[in-house]
Design a protein around this ligand. Structure first.
Ligand code: IVH
Length: 665
């Protein structure tokens, strides 16, 4: 067997075992055997880039190349469904359909999965594109991320139509969600409120290798195209299951309203035993011919409706309201309640969000309040039982005017719901929060230091800001609780080695409002050092791609503050990286500024990753798929025929390696 045949054999085998494991739940080989085959394939592909394939099972591990998502127009708009919470409205829907069709019909009953919707396009049995819902008309091309989801087939088997779309929901299973939040909690990062947010957040990550690690799941529930196998929606999906798709096994056809109601009632309780979140039932007229007859309103199909489950709620007493101060100074009001049982846990505290919500509820101490969980892990107060108020009604809840931690007068920025404590440099939770952010893994990544140690150092008066870390000695800390010589040494070593952390991460570590990791990277590319950034005015800042007024204003205000400038000065003296390294400094141009470039094929002079980096270094954007916005295609040998055809159709220029290198030289 030659190399090409071996590669193809491995790919086919891996696709099959993947399907057995992730869709059928029936593996035939051990994990080790699977991993060995995968490794062999990875090695062969690396040695033989000429056999590269966008749909190889190796694409599932993702890559750590940052990419900006391209917007793609949906061929058929992604509509939403009419919603109802009441069984009588379900009955009305049923009667409406009956009257309009005036013939026998079936209703396909399905679970309403609570994740983020996705549209997958397959051509000749290969996944060619995955697009988010977006605004319904156009969404983000998240193909590389979706390829890491194991139950989504990259290549199909059986008798599939040459071209079709299939839609469904991407989900984060409860166990994965809980594990992820436990990790986030340990790192003191903000938690995901529910699996839906976690799934959509994950799908939009820039780094597909992280997406691959998050173990997303998916169910597909809607097949679209010109040449579908059957007239029945249910039958089409059962057929799609044979091509390799994961279709819910809980779909059921109903022939009477009673059968529909039975389905609803059964799943109202049974859904709690499912591994993924659901928030209702979707009812669809099964026949596509009948669907077409019924048609659409402006927003949603007349042939379908979503029945939403009532979120679980409990009634309990409000004892008092306390206030928490976050790293940015944002104040969160918290309701302290009589403990009450809700969806399997005991709830004692619930978020009240902000002053407007409290005002809207007309909340009084001693009120009987409704607490809801509805898929969220942090319960919230959704209403007050005003009837239960007695003559002895408690005091009306008034939002505090001073910071509960430092006593500063609170402020509220225009257009924002939250109140803030402005005392950034002396309010304890803000100080600790900023240091915790500074040392966190994605910022300075200081080994051996965590929130508890920061808290202890702060209480002992050893540190009051990030710069103080760099003057600590092992002697200062070795006698503290749970410390000792060894841990003390480790911490001091960790602090010292953080001096090598590159400029962009130091910028992120400063914790300037709205300057997250991505913005910090952009800034580090645009300014050679912190002095240049300090001098920058609004116009210079907003000129940078993706930096708007809000971010620019925040940066200007940060450096207008003397204590921030002093902090930066001290960190500079400590030896932190406040300029781009020589390596980073060379080779940046804006020769490709504003251009969107697609890479395709196999290259001689550089790898694809190197070309991606070159495009970005020269100010261009690398994009995964060809659209009318593509400026040109950087093409190597064996450019895919589909891409070639599309480029020719749209009249997009195709450039070879040499031409490209000349362009940027
Ligand atoms: S069908 C035109 N079926 O609910 C009908 N949607 O508001 C297209 N969803 O955006 C949708 N489970 O994200 C359909 N079994 C299911 C579903 C489902 C969840 C979501 C989907 C859609 C929203 C409808």
């Amino acid at each position: 067997m030659n190399i090409k045949e071996r590669i193809e054999e491995l790919r086919a085998e891996l696709h099959r075992h993947n399907y057995n494991y992730y869709v059928l739940n029936a593996p035939e080989i051990s994990d080790k055997q699977f991993d060995d085959m995968m490794r062999e394939l990875q090695d062969l592909e690396k040695e033989h880039p000429e056999y590269q394939d966008e749909n190889s099972p190796t694409m599932r591990v993702g890559s750590d190349i940052n990419k900006n998502f391209t917007q793609v127009a949906h061929k058929y708009p992604m509509l939403s469904l009419g919603n109802t919470y009441s069984e009588s409205e379900v009955a009305e829907f049923y009667e409406r359909v009956k009257k309009a069709l005036n013939e026998d019909f079936e209703i396909c009953c399905e679970l309403k999965y609570d994740g983020t919707s996705i549209s997958l396009t397959y051509e000749d049995g290969k996944l060619i594109r995955a697009v988010t819902r977006g605004d319904g008309e156009k969404g983000d091309d998240v193909t590389d991320n979706v390829k890491t989801i194991r139950c989504i087939p990259l290549v199909l088997h059986g008798n599939y139509p040459p071209s079709f779309e299939i839609r469904g929901e991407i989900l984060m299973p409860w166990v994965v969600f809980e594990e992820l939040n436990r990790e986030k909690e340990a790192r003191e990062e903000p938690l995901f409120a529910n699996p839906r947010n976690a799934a959509s957040g994950t799908l939009k990550l820039q780094n597909s290798a992280i997406v691959a690690s998050r173990k997303l799941d998916s169910y597909l529930y809607y097949l679209l195209g010109e040449n579908l196998p059957c007239d029945g929606h249910y039958e089409n999906l059962q057929t799609a299951a044979q091509w390799g798709f994961k279709i819910s096994e809980h779909m059921k056809k109903a022939h009477t309203l009673q059968e529909v109601m039975d389905y609803i009632n059964y799943w109202d309780t049974e859904r709690k035993n499912l591994p993924v979140a659901t928030d209702g039932i979707v009812l669809k007229v099964n026949s596509l011919r009948q669907q077409k007859n019924l048609g659409y309103t402006a927003k949603s199909p007349r042939w379908a409706i979503a029945y939403k489950f009532q979120a679980e709620r409990a009634l309990t007493r409000l004892n008092k309201v306390t206030y928490q101060v976050g790293r940015t100074g944002a104040i969160t009001p918290v309701a302290n309640l009589d403990p009450v049982q809700l969806s399997g846990t005991i709830v004692k505290r619930a978020s009240l969000h902000n002053a407007d919500i409290i005002e809207g509820l007309d909340l009084h101490i001693g009120d009987m309040v409704y607490v809801e969980k509805g898929g969220e892990i942090i319960p919230k107060i959704t209403g007050v039982d005003k009837e239960a108020r007695t003559m002895l009604i408690g005091e009306k809840v008034k939002f505090i005017t001073r910071c509960p931690e430092c006593g500063s007068q609170l402020i509220r920025y225009e257009g924002e719901a939250a109140h803030y404590c402005p005392n950034e440099t002396a309010c304890p939770p803000q100080i600790k929060g900023k240091i915790e952010h500074f040392i966190s893994r994605r910022a300075m990544n200081i080994d051996g230091l965590g929130p508890e140690t920061v808290d202890m150092f702060y209480r002992k008066g050893l540190i009051a800001n990030a710069a103080d870390l760099y003057t600590l000695t092992a002697d200062d800390i070795k006698d503290l609780e749970r410390m000792g010589e060894k841990s003390a040494d480790n911490i001091i070593k960790g602090i010292a080695s953080s001096k090598e952390v590159p400029f962009e991460r130091v910028l992120f570590a400063l914790g300037i409002r709205f300057v997250g990791e991505t913005v910090a990277k952009k800034i580090a590319k645009s300014f050679a050092n912190i002095e240049e950034l300090e001098q920058a005015d609004m116009a210079t800042l907003t000129n940078i791609d993706e930096i708007g007024e809000k971010i620019a204003q925040s940066i200007v205000s940060y450096f207008a503050n003397a204590s921030n400038r002093q902090l930066v000065e001290r960190l500079k003296e400590a030896g932190l990286q406040f300029s781009r390294s020589e390596e980073d400094l060379s080779g940046y141009t804006d020769k490709l500024s504003g251009q969107s470039i697609v890479i395709s094929g196999v290259f001689q002079h550089h790898s694809r990753d190197e070309y991606k980096a070159l495009i970005e270094k020269n100010g261009g954007k690398n994009s995964g798929s060809i659209s009318s916005k593509t400026s040109f295609i950087l093409a190597g040998d064996n450019m895919g025929p589909a891409k070639l055809e599309k480029a020719q159709k749209l009249g997009i220029k195709i450039m070879n390696e040499d031409e490209f290198l000349k362009l940027i030289s």
